[in-house]
Ligand binder design. Structure first.
Ligand SMILES: Cc1ncc(COP(=O)(O)O)c(C=O)c1O
Length: 342
């Protein structure tokens, strides 16, 4: 663990995330990894790359041609509202680190991708969890969110469609959160990693609805490209400049090869994502049938994305013992336990 002190943050403690430790240990070993949270990944050979790509430093905000492709989906915004980052992870880190200091407060939805609460915890920031509850079918109870808002709340962090529950906001709910952000003068960071894998109609990106909203997404999950390490944030220009300042300290710029692959995919986005969405819906039907046959598992079918958060009604040590070779399953159970115990 690394402990740092500074005037902006009270005390910084960076520890490893259990989910990522598991992943690092087992991702290349398991035959069947049911703990992965994205669609099946692609290979380099699936893309034709221009051999004349210069292996120099890239643009610090991301290649303008890539930003131009990205911003097409964000009506009313321009390339200056976009920063391409090393995955959503870097964007999320930079937003939390630049918007919040020790005098502010933030609210983070839970369960969630752990980095979204481990970053504020690591930076020694004050935050409260906004809980999604199995008994409410993981639907966000926005009256509860409102009760958590304090005078010094500067940021609310939500992920929808949510990882791991698959819960998705309705447009009305998103508008309600944005009203809350505008009237209480905080930013909404909406992690939209799974927005394009909504099982109904996708919501508009939050950043297009208000200058208080920040949209973050990635090519890691819906596009099956975690290895390219490309994500982005779309927001008000001031937020983008803050993110660029943090990212210059972390990574300077993106991998130019990653950016080239991202461009290649976004140029044919409709057909690329169309094939993936079709497969996701087919697989969801298989999963539904499987869940209906299980006596020891309860679940809320996801409204988007490729993850769900089942409840196991038995003893996990007995289940683990009965599938000794299936580390993927064990890993998944461990993660479920990790999330439920927080
Ligand atoms: C909701 C969510 N946000 C962000 C990330 C990090 O993704 P990236 O690979 O883009 O850094 C993940 C990874 O699982 C995720 O599930």
């Amino acid at each position: 663990m690394v402990v740092l002190k500074s005037s902006g943050f009270s005390e910084m403690n960076f520890r490893r995330m259990e989910i990522e430790e598991w992943f690092d240990r087992y991702q290349y070993e398991v035959e069947c990894d049911i703990g992965e949270s994205g669609v099946k990944f692609f290979n380099l050979g699936d893309f034709e790359l221009n051999a004349r790509i210069q292996l120099r430093y890239g643009y610090h905000r991301g290649n303008p041609s890539l930003r131009e492709l990205v911003v097409r989906d964000y009506g009313g915004m321009s390339e200056e509202n976009v920063v391409i980052t090393t995955g959503a992870s870097e964007a999320n880190f930079a937003i939390i680190a630049s918007l919040i200091d020790s005098g502010n407060h933030l609210i983070v939805e839970h369960p969630n991708y752990p980095s979204l609460y481990e970053v504020p915890a690591s930076l020694g920031l004050k935050f409260d969890f906004f809980r999604l509850d199995f008994d409410e079918k993981f639907k966000p109870q926005l009256d509860e969110l409102e009760k958590l808002v304090k005078k010094n709340t500067k940021l609310v962090v939500l992920t929808h469609p949510n990882n791991p529950t698959g819960s998705a906001l309705t447009l009305k709910e998103l508008e309600k959160v944005i009203d809350l952000a505008e009237s209480n003068n905080f930013h909404l960071l909406l992690d939209e990693t799974y927005r394009e894998l909504s099982h109904g109609d996708s919501l508009p990106p939050a950043a297009t609805l208000s200058s208080n909203a920040i949209s973050v997404t990635t090519m890691s999950k819906a596009y099956g490209l975690p290895g390219v390490r490309i994500g982005w944030a779309v927001a008000d220009k001031k937020v983008i400049e803050d993110v660029v300042a943090v990212r210059e300290q972390l990574t300077i710029c993106n991998s130019v090869i990653g950016e080239a692959i991202a461009e290649n995919v976004l140029e044919r986005k409709t057909s690329f994502l169309g094939n993936i969405r079709k497969k996701v819906i087919e697989n969801l039907e298989i999963l539904k049938t499987w869940f209906n046959e299980q006596s020891c598992l309860e679940w809320v079918p996801p409204s988007g994305g490729v993850v769900c958060f089942p409840h196991y009604r038995g003893k996990t040590d007995r289940l683990a013992g009965s599938w000794p070779k299936n580390i993927g399953l064990l890993r998944c159970l461990d993660i479920v336990l990790e999330w439920t115990s927080i």
